[in-house]
Ligand binder design. Sequence first.
Ligand code: PLP
Length: 443
Amino acid sequence: MEDFFEKLALSPYISELCQGSSAIRKLDQIAKEMANKYGDEAIHNFSLGNPRVLPPEEYDQIMIDTIKDKSFFLPHGYAPNAGDQPGREAIAKLFSKLQDVDISYKNVVLSAGCAGAINVFLRTTLSVGDEVIIPSPYFLEYPYYVENFYGKCVFCDTKFEEGWQINRENFEKCFTAKTRCVIINSPQNPTGIVYTEETIKMISEVCENFSKKYGRPIWIISDDVYCRILRPGKKPHQIFKFYKFSVICYSVSKDLSLPGERIGALILNPAIKLCDRNIHALSMINEFLAIYPPNRLHMRALPKLLQYTSKVELYTESQKIVEETLKKLKIEFISPEGTFFLFPKIPDGIDEMNFCKSMLKNFIVIVPGSSFGKKGFFRLSFCKPPEDIKRGMDQFKIAYKKTIEELANKRHEKHEKPEKYEIQEKQYVDKNQATNKKHIHNN
Ligand code: PLP
């Protein structure tokens, strides 16, 4: 009785929403147990979205200079709801260049990371029951963001065979009178693909048609958090040129390797006439959600910080090492044009959860595709410098061969035994020798 009473302490809706992502949590738990037993050094974690390439060399000096700068009015006081003007100007300047469109600081609201920007935008535009179209595979947190504001997700399936680009016919089927937003992400987590100009034009045209049909604007939320993590010669897409009701969400979490500092921005398309009204609402929601202009110190440093990126060219080298290994193992994948993720195929007939568990037993942490809305694949993050990746790939080869051998044999057994998790011993890992004990993150 007492338990039942205590269960009523939470909103039933939120209790249910928080049930998700169990596969990742399960694997993460096992990875932690293994790290405790064998030491962190023994585990090759390819599940991270937390960049391990250091922030730019200039970072320390910029922050020291910012702390010493006493000319700023109330340098540690509350900031305006939309953020400090110099920081907004710096974001406007960067995106004017990336989008090849003139953007004023008045179209920018600073926010707590890219996640903060997306959440503020959804809260400002969604009514209860409104629908948000999300191409799958997708960044695994989107559904939680949408449902947290009582929106409903409509997933638009994309295919490996079509290079994960959005298929017009499938896309059009997702629209109803309740469609409010479409979230696109390019370069994309988890596939690493970049949408072609053809795709961007197509989704813009379709959104415009359905906006007219249903009598209210359908927003395109463009999650551009990886827009400066591109392979040589690749360009980010330019949504502002093609679709009026568009907003870009961005942060310095990935391209400057500063995810813990929570600095991001919303940038509204300057083609919108009633921009002031929208920016005012977004700034107010920033405040109401209490995630408003974050970290004053970093916000003040933004004009200088944005002139740099971390050494993103290292990801190109890391990718090359991973791809060489995958090719040798005859694993199918689409070569990413940006981000630090690969989304390879699991051989047909092999259960993805068993695959990921077996890889983990062999000291390799990867994330099953279903966590991103796409079964039969796995996400491999190469967000580390090449030397770390190289070391991990040697173990990856061993783990993959053992996994395929074991699971292929299992497939041939008539009655599969209930799965029991057992960690395989590895002679050369001695827990007592492992000194560097870091936590395993999983995001
Ligand atoms: N969008 C995508 C596609 C991401 O991969 C992430 C983080 O992994 C985020 C948004 C969240 O970014 P931030 O840490 O800046 O909130």
